[in-house]
Design a protein around this ligand. Structure first.
Ligand code: MN
Length: 244
């Protein structure tokens, strides 16, 4: 079966018998979404060893960069502001390396939330460290509604990967307080929320493999919104096509 790699994250266990034990994990919603799309998910552990990454990339044909904590502003050349959230420098280093190694192999890459921001930062773009500090962004992007709820619209650009799966407009969930500020060269915007924030990107350079990024969490919606399942399915099909 076709395999796709998912970037793992580290979490410290809170259980009293294992307190402080670090675990490598990926949320089940990603795993189920990849199964449903017809592929086998491989969790890539947080590592700064490129040999480890390469040996996992050898046995898969695409990469999903998962959601998570904020990216350190040092990655895009800024000092941290007061509104910055939690960081994981270890994970930043790991995912920047993973992104570069996957790019070097021309593997399709799908970035979700933090994953989309990582792609932009890795290619030389910048982020808003805290959109709450930017008055023009008036929509609630850190939703208080439950996990399966969709809370704001995004408008999608014609001729994009997102349009193919989701149409001209759709409702999305929203759990972010950071967003893309300056878009990196080689990328184009494919979706925006109605306050103008970038919610979707893709590669726009013939030398790059297909790169798709979304600011929302489609993996939480694949069982309720067919277009979100199609987004994963289309990505897996894209990966499969490039391998064979
Ligand atoms: Mn949003």
């Amino acid at each position: 079966m076709f395999r796709v790699g998912l970037s793992g994250a580290l979490i410290a266990d809170q259980d009293k018998h294992w307190e402080g034990s670090n675990r490598h994990y990926v949320n089940d919603a990603y795993i189920q979404s990849v199964y449903t799309a017809g592929a086998v998910p491989l969790i890539i552990p947080v590592t700064n060893d490129s040999d480890v990454i390469d040996s996992i990339l050898d046995i898969c044909g695409g990469v999903i960069l998962t959601g998570g904590v904020d990216i350190s502003p040092l990655v895009y050349g800024e000092e941290p502001i007061k509104g910055l959230g939690k960081l994981s420098p270890q994970r930043d280093e790991f995912e920047l390396l993973l992104f570069r190694r996957a790019l070097a192999r021309s593997y399709p890459i799908f970035g979700v939330c933090r994953g989309m921001q990582l792609i932009n930062a890795a290619l030389g773009g910048t982020l808003f460290q805290n959109i709450e500090d930017v008055p023009e962004f008036t929509i609630q992007h850190l939703q208080k509604a439950c996990r399966q709820a969709v809370t704001h619209h995004v408008d999608i650009e014609a001729g994009s990967y997102l349009m193919d799966a989701l149409g001209k407009t759709c409702l999305v969930n929203s759990w972010h307080h950071q967003a893309i500020k300056d878009l990196a060269p080689g990328l184009r915007v494919t979706a925006r929320s109605r306050d103008g924030l970038i919610e979707g990107i893709e590669s726009d350079n013939p030398d790059m493999p297909p790169i798709i990024g979304v600011q929302w969490h489609p993996e939480e919606l694949t069982s309720t919104i067919p277009g979100m399942a199609k987004l994963f399915k289309n990505f897996i099909d894209l990966c499969r096509k490039r391998v064979h």
